[in-house]
Design a protein around this ligand. Structure first.
Ligand code: IPE
Length: 265
């Protein structure tokens, strides 16, 4: 097997995240698929997509974060799962255009959680597809939950689980900003870019985000991501980078000094 790179295509990158009617950024995904095609010559690649506007607004509308009981919520569960599947089909279509043999693996059909905690799945399927020369494309999804009925399984959780089972040399989280900032750079022009996160500055950054997270979601989400990376990804090179930048994936593999946040614990 070739060395493995895991790439997250964040929901805010591949969809118009705040648009409740979905909307897919096909040209961004096609360009990234073309970049992945090149990388795939030398590395195995697993792609994990976020759900963006195809998941979060509906999951919120039907209050599905902590389970489902009512008939209305069950209707909502189906709707989110179907929308995520639609999004995934659109991603796959762009990968096909880029001449990649991609395989869709949607977690609602093989993964479960218990009270919001991921219960795992048989990763050998992912491994077998990689060994057969495919690019598996997974996604954040709604899944059945043995305590609550259902819960949200994020793409980030899938990645940390995959890392426990398959060793990757790099994990790249692609989003719509250059990396980690002291505040949400889309809202605060004075937000300062943080190029490196290590054991040395982690607690300082954590404190900063804990204060900020009361004010906005982005930094709150970011600290969750960083904690997960620290707990589970130690020893792997992790980047948070801007997927809108042409050539970003190749740059991260072959160049130094690329603007992105490098996380090493
Ligand atoms: C969320 O997945 C899944 C659902 C809401 C159904 P992610 O948490 O990985 O998605 P993004 O990247 O934040 O959009």
């Amino acid at each position: 097997m070739k060395k493995l790179i895991i790439i997250k295509l964040g929901g805010s990158l591949i969809t118009y995240k705040d648009n409740p009617h979905g909307r897919f950024r096909s040209s961004v995904v096609l360009r990234l698929a073309q970049e992945i095609k090149k990388i795939n010559k030398n590395f195995d690649v697993v792609v994990v997509c976020g759900a963006g506007s195809y998941g979060h607004p509906l999951a919120k509308k039907y209050s599905l974060k902590f389970g489902m009981e009512t008939a209305e919520q069950k209707k909502g569960f189906s709707k989110v799962v179907n929308k995520v599947a639609n999004l995934n089909a659109m991603v796959l279509a762009q990968f096909e255009k880029a001449d990649i043999n991609a395989i869709s693996l949607l977690p609602h059909s093989f993964a479960t959680q218990e009270a919001g905690t991921f219960a795992g799945f048989d990763f050998t399927l992912v491994k077998n597809y990689l060994e057969s020369g495919f690019v598996p494309i997974l996604s954040g999804d709604m899944v059945l939950d043995s305590k609550w009925g259902c819960s949200v399984l994020s793409g980030d959780t899938i990645i940390s689980y995959l890392l426990e089972s398959l060793s990757a040399i790099k994990v790249v989280f692609l989003s719509d900003v250059d990396g980690v900032f002291t505040n949400d750079p889309k809202k605060d022009k004075k937000a300062v870019f943080i190029p490196n996160i290590t054991n040395k500055n982690f607690s300082e950054i954590k404190n900063l985000f804990t204060q900020e997270s009361a004010r906005n979601d982005v930094t709150g989400e970011m600290i969750g991501k960083l904690k997960e990376i620290k707990e589970r990804f130690s020893g792997t090179e992790v980047y948070i980078a801007n997927g809108y930048k042409r050539g970003i994936l190749n740059d991260l593999i072959s160049k130094t000094g690329v603007r992105a946040t490098k996380i090493s614990f």
